[in-house]
Design a protein around this ligand. Structure first.
Ligand code: ATP
Length: 305
């Protein structure tokens, strides 16, 4: 159904980068306790929901060919879960326009799930507020609640218990996209393996220094406080990322880190011009397949005009 068709709901949803990711030991239930600081950036997917007789899904854009078009897709599962919990038939033609890299450590699938919940709630005229949608999102995945909230937030538990925090600065980012993905499960398993072998540091712990820097709007202090416990695991699984991070640092990034479970690399820059220059340099020099600029904090999932 083309944009502007009667009844079509369009939701824009942000990607995330973890400014702080402390991964605790493996729990008996197979998860890890996290202390993380999620930060939404304006690298976004669009999810539309249009009237239909059943659930259907199409996808276009970044990595579209790799994605399932059935219940394997988190957006589809989100629509079905919402319908079940509201006691209504699951009827929506969903379309995802992807810019968030697939399996890139930026929670693109979770973002699409969050957006589908919001789009379908509006399409079906449900009386579902943020608290209900957030609870449903958390059932779909540890990262799926944050894209509804956006901004900057501390995540605890598996990452689904969220507390918004102040960020007094606009952060200017470059994201270097890889031509391969890393599954989050593989990254966590690799971290456990490295720690058992004494080859990865203990959990980073609380993000107090980072939170103070964010509240002060002190970008240099934010850069100095960025930490990702999964980075050694991502570098072990994909050693070429080390050269990508080094290339960004040499070309003027204030800080470089792997985003979440990788392989996307995130570079914090002093301002928008520096970010545009770094993105151009990294692509021109053939260091990365593609580099995107983005700013944060970005708004959470929103119905767009
Ligand atoms: P995270 O940062 O939350 O660990 P990620 O960004 O590394 O996630 P995603 O892009 O969310 O990874 O996707 C991981 C896997 O989930 C993909 O390999 C894909 O098969 C599956 N998936 C299901 N639905 C989607 C979707 N709508 N978009 C992206 N991936 C999806």
């Amino acid at each position: 159904m083309p944009a502007g068709s009667p009844g079509l709901i369009r939701v824009r949803v942000p990607a995330k980068v973890n400014l702080h990711l402390s991964v605790g030991p493996l729990r008996p239930d197979g998860f890890h306790d996290l202390v993380t600081v999620f930060h939404a950036v304006d690298l976004t997917d669009d999810v539309t929901a249009a009237p239909a007789g059943a659930v259907s899904l199409t996808v276009s854009g970044e990595g579209a060919a790799e994605l399932p078009l059935d219940a394997g897709n988190l957006a589809w599962r989100a629509a079905v879960l919402l319908a079940e919990s509201a006691g209504v038939p699951a009827r929506a033609a969903l379309h995802i326009t992807k810019s968030i890299p697939v399996a890139g450590g930026m929670a693109g699938g979770s973002a699409d799930a969050a957006a589908a919940l919001l789009a379908c709630a509006r399409l079906w005229d449900l009386d579902a507020g943020p608290a209900e949608l957030t609870a449903l999102a958390a059932r779909l995945g540890s990262d799926a609640a944050f894209p509804l909230l956006g901004g900057t937030a501390v995540g605890t538990g598996r990452g689904e218990i969220l507390e918004p925090v102040d960020c007094a600065a606009t952060l200017h980012w470059v994201f270097a996209l890889a031509d391969f993905g890393i599954s989050a499960g593989d990254a966590y398993r690799e971290l456990d393996r490295l720690r058992a072998a004494g080859a990865a540091p203990a959990p980073a712990g609380d993000p107090d220094r980072l939170l103070a820097a964010l509240a002060d709007g002190d970008v240099a202090a934010v850069a100095a406080a960025l930490v990702n416990d999964l980075e050694p695991a991502a570098l072990s699984l994909a050693p070429t990322l080390r050269a990508t991070l080094d290339a960004g640092r040499r070309r003027g990034a204030l800080a470089a880190l792997v985003s979440g479970s990788g392989p996307t690399c995130a570079f914090l820059c002093p301002d928008a011009a520096a970010a545009a220059q770094l993105a151009a340099d990294l692509t021109a020099d053939g260091v990365v397949r593609s580099a995107r600029t983005a700013t944060g904090p970005a708004a959470g999932a929103r119905v767009a005009g």
